[in-house]
Design a protein around this ligand. Structure first.
Ligand SMILES: *[C@@H]1O[C@H](CO)[C@@H](O)[C@H](O)[C@H]1NC(C)=O
Ligand SMILES: *[C@@H]1O[C@H](CO)[C@@H](O)[C@H](O)[C@H]1NC(C)=O
Ligand SMILES: *[C@@H]1O[C@H](CO)[C@@H](O)[C@H](O)[C@H]1NC(C)=O
Ligand SMILES: *[C@@H]1O[C@H](CO)[C@@H](O)[C@H](O)[C@H]1NC(C)=O
Ligand SMILES: *[C@@H]1O[C@H](CO)[C@@H](O)[C@H](O)[C@H]1NC(C)=O
Ligand SMILES: *[C@@H]1O[C@H](CO)[C@@H](O)[C@H](O)[C@H]1NC(C)=O
Length: 676
């Protein structure tokens, strides 16, 4: 039957002649029927503990671009915005797939406040006295009313009439430049170009602060596409900040805590084409005027049920240790890239794990596959779940591996907390590169910089790793192909676009699923957790060196360097212990308890970076090494970054440095595991 083409033994791509395709699908059906409906004992595979080569190779050999493309096709048949009826079909699809693969499947519901478009209009009145009603959504022939019109979730409703003015990215420096050029933006309608590291929320809030009465926002390079998105600040349900939306306490919509998370002026997204028409009619393309805009937006904030779907494989030896793999399912439109390329990969991992289970595999630790809802409204599904399970995750979660937009285009990217660098690299050495035949993903990825593969970090809050890392202190990973894609949050993010532009043969999907699934297997099965804290300490030292170049001499970095030294010592000691344990094991002295105690220390070391008081002013964010700074210029130590760029006072900077130093000491102390 099918011919392995891309001749790396561990990845199977099938040649697409229609005949082989039919045979292949037929065979798949037979295998599936056999596998899942044939109730005889699994083929006798020796021990459950023998988790190394047989199951890893089963995993690698079972890669298939056909299954993944098929899942993506199903998921993207209709738009499935959170809280709307079509999103229930997506829930049903994912949970039926998990069930068909014999995972323990359940759904967790939350009732949260979502925000929908009701009505909007935008009319331009030009100086030649003509008026044009501007379109606020894409012209897509067969879309009709299926796709929601362009809007900003949680924008206040409102109408405004005023001169149009172009405020660039809407940063402080953009307004300063306008002011220096004699441009008065007060009472105007601001046209913002997305970018410059400014979130939608921040751009609208800054505009309001400058006296702009409404904002229209466009994204360069998107043509006729309209980028939907949320303008809420922070993550999670606004009515239950810090606790789960489980039917208990809820703030009122008028509560000041709630109101301060919304901008005070309304905003709408527009296409680049519409923006060009407005800008082209302005004085010097800046204005204000002579063109006037008449803006109306009416939205509705309403309570809706959101649903997270889980597929669980219970661990054999340590069922109370959780390895969590997650991706969101809700989409602004069809969501082929965002997020269902990731959902298709997640389902395919379920399929491959189930094949391994048929051969006798039971992971040592519990694996939890999560399909989150309402990420697009501010990581709501994952956040509510993490808040609800905070104690159990805090004491039992080994790691969280996130994939959002699995494939946006070419080029592998990964971000991790640093103790996971080594295992990530090791895993990429086992996965076939999707674009270079006979090469591993690692070989291609390592050429991205002269120093080797670039591993990014996770300070920014843009996907579901945020609650796990920033709130619960769970070591985290985020994986994807491609850096940016022009159909982001537009009606054009469809299956056809994926096939035409991002992944014609679904090989990149297969590669992401490979890295993701293998990380899951290692984290669940490696007898000693594959965490390297020397790597963390080195990264922290690098941050400290960067600070040293930035800060004046009267701020002391000594607290940091000495805390990092403590972490380094603890990590070195752990390395020695691991060696000893491994030696003892080769001599036949396996001490399960010894391993478990060591693994606990490795797991808890990340929690040390959490601080009860969190980041000043954003206390839900507890992690003092990675998290969002008000101006995210550093990319690490958010509290220190805020002190440097906002407060600017030496004493405040020094205090924040002490706080990070104490966090690092806590981590070192968790790793040592000794009382003083
Ligand atoms: C979750 O909500 C859905 C839709 O409202 C409902 O059908 C289902 O029974 C709920 N499930 C649970 C576990 O509450
Ligand atoms: C929406 O606005 C248009 C004009 O801007 C108006 O004709 C229509 O009745 C409005 N629809 C609703 C539901 O308010
Ligand atoms: C008026 O000006 C606008 C913007 O410059 C232009 O698009 C439109 O064609 C003009 N209409 C007439 C009637 O000249
Ligand atoms: C702006 O548009 C709204 C809704 O279409 C309309 O009711 C209103 O009269 C318009 N205002 C101006 C000044 O044109
Ligand atoms: C799977 O990969 C093969 C080999 O590159 C390709 O010919 C085939 O079209 C792919 N299948 C899908 C569904 O993309
Ligand atoms: C920190 O590491 C990065 C990446 O390896 C490197 O480019 C940078 O120069 C280092 N910074 C310092 C201050 O050593």
């Amino acid at each position: 039957m099918a011919q392995p083409l891309n001749l790396k033994p561990n990845t199977i791509y099938y040649k697409p002649s229609s005949c082989t395709l039919i045979i292949f699908i037929f065979t798949l059906c037979i295998i599936t029927i056999y596998t899942f409906h044939h109730h005889e004992p699994p083929p006798s595979q020796t021990t459950v503990n023998n988790h190394q080569p047989p199951f890893i190779s089963t995993f690698l050999n079972s890669a298939s671009n056909y299954t993944i493309s098929n899942y993506l096709r199903h998921l993207t048949l209709h738009p499935h915005l959170a809280g709307t009826p079509p999103s229930s079909s997506a829930v049903a699809y994912v949970s039926s797939m998990f069930k068909s693969f014999k995972l323990q499947t359940h759904v967790a519901n939350y009732t949260v406040m979502l925000s929908y478009h009701v009505n909007s209009s935008l009319t331009a009145h030009f100086s030649n006295e003509s008026s044009v009603s501007l379109t606020l959504t894409e012209h897509v022939a067969d879309v009709d009313n299926e796709v929601v019109k362009g809007y900003h979730a949680y924008s206040p409703s409102g109408t405004a009439y005023g001169k149009a003015v172009y405020v660039s990215h809407g940063r402080e420096e953009d307004y300063r430049a306008l002011e220096e050029g004699g441009v008065d933006v007060r009472g105007c309608i601001g046209v913002v170009k997305r970018g410059g590291g400014v979130s939608r929320y921040a751009a609208v809030v800054k505009a309001a602060e400058k006296g702009v009465v409404a904002v229209v926002m466009f994204t360069g390079g998107t043509g006729g596409g309209v980028e939907r998105g949320t303008v809420v600040d922070g993550v999670g349900d606004v009515l239950t900040p810090g606790w789960a939306a489980d039917g208990g306490e809820r703030l009122s919509v008028e509560d000041s805590e709630v109101l301060k998370r919304f901008p005070s002026v309304p905003s709408l997204p527009i296409s680049e084409e519409t923006a060009e028409m407005i800008l082209g009619s302005l004085d010097r393309r800046v204005g204000p005027g002579p063109t006037f805009l008449n803006f109306t937006y009416q939205g509705e904030n309403k309570m809706a049920t959101i649903q997270n779907v889980f597929g669980v494989i219970k661990g054999s030896e340590e069922p109370d240790r959780f390895v969590v793999l997650g991706n969101h399912r809700d989409a602004w439109t069809y969501g082929a890239v965002d997020p269902n390329s990731g959902t298709a990969a997640l389902i395919d991992i379920a399929r491959r794990y189930s094949l391994m289970m048929r051969l006798g595999w039971i992971p040592q630790r519990t694996i939890v596959l999560c399909s989150w809802d309402a990420e697009e409204f501010g990581m709501i599904g994952s956040t509510e779940w993490v808040e609800q399970n905070l104690i159990n995750l805090g004491s039992k979660a080994v790691a969280y591996i996130n994939v959002d937009c699995a494939v946006q285009g070419p080029g592998f990217s990964a971000a991790t907390t640093p103790q996971l660098d080594d295992i990530l690299i090791e895993v990429t050495k086992k996965v076939q590169d999707p674009d270079v035949s006979d090469s591993t993903l690692f070989e291609k990825w390592r050429t991205t910089t002269e120093e080797g593969p670039l591993i990014q970090r996770l300070s920014d809050v843009f996907s579901d790793f945020a609650p796990f890392l920033h709130h619960a202190g769970v070591p985290s990973v985020d994986l994807y192909y491609g850096n940016a894609f022009p159909v982001y949050h537009t009606a054009f993010d469809s299956y056809d676009w994926m096939v035409k532009h991002a992944d014609p043969f679904f090989h990149r999907h297969v590669a992401v699923a490979g890295v993701w699934g293998l990380l899951g297997v290692h984290l669940a099965d490696d007898p000693i957790l594959p965490f390297n804290y020397l790597s963390y300490a080195a990264q922290l030292q690098n941050y400290t060196d960067s600070l040293c170049k930035l800060l004046e001499e009267d701020v002391s970095l000594h607290p940091l360097t000495s805390a990092i030294q403590e972490l380094m010592d603890a990590a070195t000691q752990v390395e020695d212990e691991i060696k000893t344990i491994k030696e003892e094991e080769t001599e036949g002295h396996v001490s399960v308890l010894k391993r478990r105690m060591l693994n606990d220390r490795l797991m808890f070391a990340e929690r040390g970076f959490l601080d009860t008081d969190g980041i000043q002013g954003r206390q839900w964010f507890k992690h003092l090494v990675y998290g969002p700074a008000t101006e995210s210029k550093l990319g690490f130590f958010p509290g220190v970054a805020d002190a440097i760029y906002q407060s600017k006072r030496q004493a405040v900077i020094q205090h924040e440095i002490w706080r990070v130093a104490r966090a690092i000491q806590r981590s070192a102390s968790a790793l040592k595991g000794q009382l003083t």
